[in-house]
Write a new protein. Structure first.
Length: 248
């Protein structure tokens, strides 16, 4: 394991020894992809964050530094999310990681490299501001389970509409929080629903479309075809309001 003084940048990937050139390149591409996806989610539209590569000679340390033109607020946001995302997924909470789906896929690649071959694990760490965060097989397992949809069906999901994002590929999505089930579901939606989605931000909604479920029946995501407003909790009748109705 490297020590802080050996780390060449504030954002550095450390890979254990005995890695084939092919797998090293796979790890490098996944690392750069992870940073690119995070940068795209924070950088102003039309102003992509730019990074330069730092390599420590004779080591398996691969780092990136922001170019001077990259806004410091974007840099700080990338650093914070890069670390938080890994820690949240390690705890089994992908929804609270705040990571775009493409970034999660890159993390899966890095974590799967740590699984090694024939039971020989390969240490993989992301150093953020000279502090290491482990990328181990447990993270790969969590992500694989989350992406493994067992069946699909048309239906509806209710909850509060949150966190509208656009992926690097242009895909649009938001999260819907179900307070009773204490979970979030990713909702992918087409461009023609964008105005409606923004209008209903932070409101209770009913989303209809094709729902992707886990084996245990928990929804993973929905391909939305409609988003309908629902009354907010404060607008629902109280027990006192309906008491007279029930008595009749």
């Amino acid at each position: 394991m490297a020590i802080a003084d050996q780390i060449p940048s504030e954002l550095t990937l450390e890979i254990g020894a005995d890695l084939s050139p092919e797998r090293f390149m796979t790890a490098a591409r996944a690392f750069f992809g992870y940073i690119q996806e995070l940068s795209a989610s924070f950088a102003p539209e039309g102003e992509p964050a730019r990074w330069v590569v730092r390599v420590r000679e004779g080591s398996t340390l691969l780092g990136v530094d922001p170019m001077p033109v990259t806004p410091i607020e974007v840099v700080n946001a990338v650093y914070a999310r890069a670390e938080k995302g890994i820690r949240r997924i390690a705890e089994g909470d992908i929804d609270d990681s705040g990571l775009p789906e493409a970034a999660v896929k890159h993390l899966r690649t890095l974590a799967e490299i740590s699984e090694g071959t024939r039971g020989h694990m390969i240490p993989v760490r992301l150093w953020v501001r000279k502090k290491p965060v482990e990328l181990d097989p447990r993270i790969a397992s969590v992500i694989r389970e989350d992406f493994r949809a067992d069946y699909n069906d048309y239906g509806t999901i209710e909850g509060r509409l949150e966190t509208i994002t656009e992926g690097s590929s242009g895909s649009l999505q938001f999260q819907i929080r179900d307070a009773m089930l204490k979970q979030k579901v990713r909702c992918f939606f087409p461009e023609n629903l964008l105005a409606e989605v923004f209008d209903k931000f932070r409101k209770r909604v009913e989303v209809s479309g094709v729902i992707h479920y886990r084996k245990n029946g928990m929804p993973i995501s929905i391909e939305a075809v409609s988003v309908i407003s629902l009354p907010d909790d404060s607008e629902l009748p109280t027990a006192g309001d309906v008491r007279g109705i029930l008595r009749n």
